[in-house]
Design a protein around this ligand. Sequence first.
Ligand code: GLU
Length: 406
Amino acid sequence: MEYPRLETLRRVRRMVVKLGSSVLSGSKQRLDFSTLRRLSGDVAALKAQQRQVILVSSGAILAGREQLALGIRPMTTQLKQAAAAVGQSRLMRAWDEAFAREKITAAQVLLTREDLRQRRRYLNARNTLFTLLRLGVVPVINENDTVSTDEIKFGDNDTLSALVAGLCDADLLVLLTDRDGLYSADPRDDPGARLIACVSEGEAAVRAGRSATGATGSPAPLQWSGTKEAAERRVELCAGGRPGPAGSGGMASKFKAAQLAAGTGIPTVIANGFNAGILQRVLAGEEVGTLFIARASPLDKRRQWLAFAAHPRGQIHVDEGAREALAGKSKSLLPSGIKSVSKSFEAGDVVSLVSGGVEFARGLSNYNSKELDKIKGLKTSQIEAALGYKPADEVVHRDNMAVLRR
Ligand code: GLU
């Protein structure tokens, strides 16, 4: 069945647009102000159509590198953090100036992983973004690189933008990069690489369009037969493209971000940020870039937070029977299905539920790790005798659980 691309994109009211350093540098090793002005013009045109736009903008390290005359040499994390501190204000000044030409006010929002992991901070960030949008302001989000250590990093702005799209209930995520979209192979190595027009989650429906060399003729769709898993693996292989000189994510991280957004019910378009009017073209339903179709029945908001934003403190390893009951029949986790527990966590913490070494769900544990060590394998009727008290029958209640894979 043909995916109603035009219908989906026409209905978009709120969108997150991620701009990578490769786009903002305009292939130079510094911020390219003309690119920022062009993109601000695009955003203004979308706002004139009553659409709300949230930008996720990289470029802090790029701008700091230029200001500090660090050249292109590789940098330590600390140097990157220092460069980001210098560059973020330059980046924001550039956006302010670019948007001022369009009579638009921009707002700087810096986030760390921790801000989205903690439910209260997550809800605070969400409320602030909604207030900014109500005021007609364009939020310009970046990772707070200066205080983000490895453990609390989003890793890249692709992931950040997918989480932000979920955070603010966006209808669309657009990842603008220096390539036309996802290819069947790395176009820098393989001139026959074909642009994949559409990726759907539920089936092996991966359609190819133009080839990297711009070969003419009607595009023969790639016949990617086989299971969904095989198709996903294939796409993952194709997505393995390394990042360009200024970027940090590469196609693989864009693919992952698109999958994350799809899981929260948000379609994603990966498109070329160098093309004039690219955002309008995407929203007009033109076949540009690669469209990732969203999951038809996404997780609800609370489960989205559990699945994607929260940080599991430990793992509960369960047997196959429990995995089937939880993932297949949406049951709660009882102590009888628990084999072991790893890492120490408190009651109320988010934990990973693991079977056969694979994490298949996340949820809030009603028990701490020490208690679970004592009651693992027991029947619920035996909990009280083992602990002296029983806070709940369920270790993880099904209402507090997000299944990641069935
Ligand atoms: N936050 C980084 C910066 O502003 C970019 C990270 C990324 O592009 O993924 O330079």
